[in-house]
Write a protein that binds this ligand. Structure first.
Ligand SMILES: *[C@@H]1O[C@H](CO)[C@@H](O)[C@H](O)[C@H]1NC(C)=O
Ligand SMILES: *[C@@H]1O[C@H](CO)[C@@H](O)[C@H](O)[C@H]1NC(C)=O
Length: 500
């Protein structure tokens, strides 16, 4: 019987027919995406297999003997970073190899709102994230979160093990393709369709597979994960949907606090599965509790306790930290202030006045104390062409008092750093799985088809970590929170950096 994970691969076309094949595959690729986009979210719930055989465990997974953990990241970069930290923590507690995801496009996958009990369920968000990851590969825009966030010290200092998503996907789907250089020109859409299908299986749409896959249904509507906090099993969390909400939305959920190790660790059904799949790992403090993960210490587990300490801050890779330092030293040259002004996205549209007032309050004393003009590095989503007529325009015109700096995606400086990061390939090199090192070396080459990663945000955050006159951020922005964290950990001066 043919394994579900095997692909019906079409034979290679003779060379002289390649160009017409390319044209056909481009158009079928476009058609495929138009069709699949117009079907979202309906296609999320439609079963893509053509028959009703039970999926089996891919041979590569069942023989590996290793236990993996998968989750679905979503939303913007800084949210994905906080989920990545939660994932590393839980993988550490459960002693599983964490599959390291790529950085998803901003808003490509959205969770919804936990406090309103209106979220995409674990199955749906896993599938949505998987599909987007395959799309990133396919369009040459794939960049691992470990290409940007430096986890090398974490891997050497703890028992954490990681595996790159591309290596895992080729194991799970049983395909031997060059995932690093996969692109629309040399693959058929049947390959992409098969890749999406194995995402369907991983997401849990066909249920769990004995000893192979355990896809969790728990999310922030039902569960708050804890660890060793000595409360009874499955006690009610203090935050519950109120009666009004229950009636209005027909909510039957009850939020229980459950120990992640007792529920999913040794002795549980989940533990026997080679792959444990979570949905979102987003959490935030809410009304005196946590929305999904409430693990802040592990007094009786020294390893996990030190992991918690190490996860408080994960730095950017040296290429990014160095870029921030280089811009500060060579372009701005003197002490400067960083202003992070989020003005266009979502809720931030309505808070311009407060955001500018905060900046003004920081600038006035600086202006009176002397050493003019004051240098300000501005990171904002408002295009420079729109500054005139507003507070930023006023600052830019007042050249006696202020000198503004900013960066754009297509600045040569940013492009250079993007090239370095693409060539660096930290994501593939920093995996701890020795088993995959051969594939990694083979895949280290830079692909012609790859587009340069979008690295402006990371460089801007790194520059702001070097702003010795201070930092003004936008209230409620996760970008501001990350910059504050970098400044608290004194990234700019403690990481020895040689500017070349
Ligand atoms: C953790 O997993 C590794 C690899 O599967 C295994 O060798 C090790 O014994 C496990 N550690 C514990 C404490 O169970
Ligand atoms: C920015 O400027 C462009 C072109 O002048 C205009 O179309 C757009 O509405 C402006 N955006 C904002 C947020 O002011």
């Amino acid at each position: 019987m043919k394994n579900l994970f095997n692909l019906n691969r079409t034979k290679r076309k003779p060379y002289h027919r390649r160009s017409s094949v390319i044209l056909v595959s481009i158009s079928s690729f476009l058609l495929f995406f138009i069709v699949s986009y117009s079907q979202i979210p309906k296609s999320l719930f439609s079963i893509r297999l053509t028959d009703n055989r039970q999926p089996q465990c891919p041979a590569h997974i069942s023989t590996a003997g290793e236990k993996f953990m998968w989750y679905a990241p979503h939303s913007g970069f800084n949210n994905q970073l906080s989920e990545f930290k939660n994932a590393l923590l839980i993988a550490g507690i459960l002693n599983r190899t964490l599959i390291v995801p790529p950085i998803l496009d901003h808003h490509a996958v959205a969770l919804g709102s936990c406090p309103k009990f209106r979220v995409l369920g674990p199955k749906e968000i896993r599938l949505s994230a998987w599909d987007h990851m395959i799309e990133l590969l396919w369009t040459g825009r794939y960049i691992s979160i470990a290409d940007i966030i430096d986890i090398s010290s974490l891997l050497s200092a703890s028992t954490i093990r990681t595996l790159d998503f591309r290596v895992f996907a080729s194991m799970w789907c049983g395909v031997d393709v060059d995932f690093v250089c996969l692109n629309e020109f040399d693959s058929q859409s049947s390959l992409i369709e098969s890749l999406k299908q194995c995402g369907n299986i991983l997401s849990g749409f066909y249920g769990n597979i004995d000893n192979c896959l355990y896809a969790l249904d728990e999310d922030c509507r039902t569960t708050v994960w804890t660890y060793q906090n000595d409360e009874g099993d499955a006690v009610l969390d203090s935050f519950q949907p109120d009666e009004k909400l229950k009636l209005k939305k027909h909510i039957k959920y009850v939020r229980k606090r459950r120990d992640v190790f007792r529920t999913l660790g040794p002795g549980s059904v989940a533990e026997s599965a080679a792959v444990l799949a979570f949905g979102s790992l987003f959490t935030a403090p809410y009304k005196g509790s946590e929305l999904f993960i409430d693990i802040h210490e592990a007094r009786r587990d020294a390893l996990v306790q030190s992991l918690i300490e190490n996860l408080k801050f994960l730095p950017f890779v040296p290429e990014v930290v160095n870029a921030g330092k280089k811009f500060a030293l060579e372009t701005i040259k003197v002490p400067f202030l960083c202003a992070q002004l989020r003005l266009l996205d979502g809720q931030f549209k309505n808070h311009w006045k407060t955001t500018f007032l905060n900046l003004n309050q920081k600038l006035e004393p600086l202006r009176q104390r002397g050493s003019l003009p004051i240098r300000i590095f501005v990171m904002t989503d408002l295009p420079e062409g729109n500054w005139t007529g507003g507070y930023l325009g006023d600052l830019a015109r007042d050249s006696d008092n202020f000198k503004l700096y900013s960066l754009k995606e297509n600045d040569e400086f940013v492009i250079q750093i993007a090239r370095k990061i693409a060539a660096g390939g930290h994501g593939l090199r920093s995996q701890s799985s020795r088993r995959t090192l051969d594939t990694v070396d083979k895949k280290k080459k830079v692909c012609a088809s790859r587009r340069l990663p979008d690295v402006l945000l990371y460089i801007e955050e790194a520059i702001c970590s070097c702003a010795s006159l201070g930092f003004v951020g936008t209230a409620g922005s996760t970008v501001a929170e990350n910059i504050e964290l970098m400044r608290k950990f004194d990234v700019c001066s403690t990481h020895s950096v040689t500017v070349s």
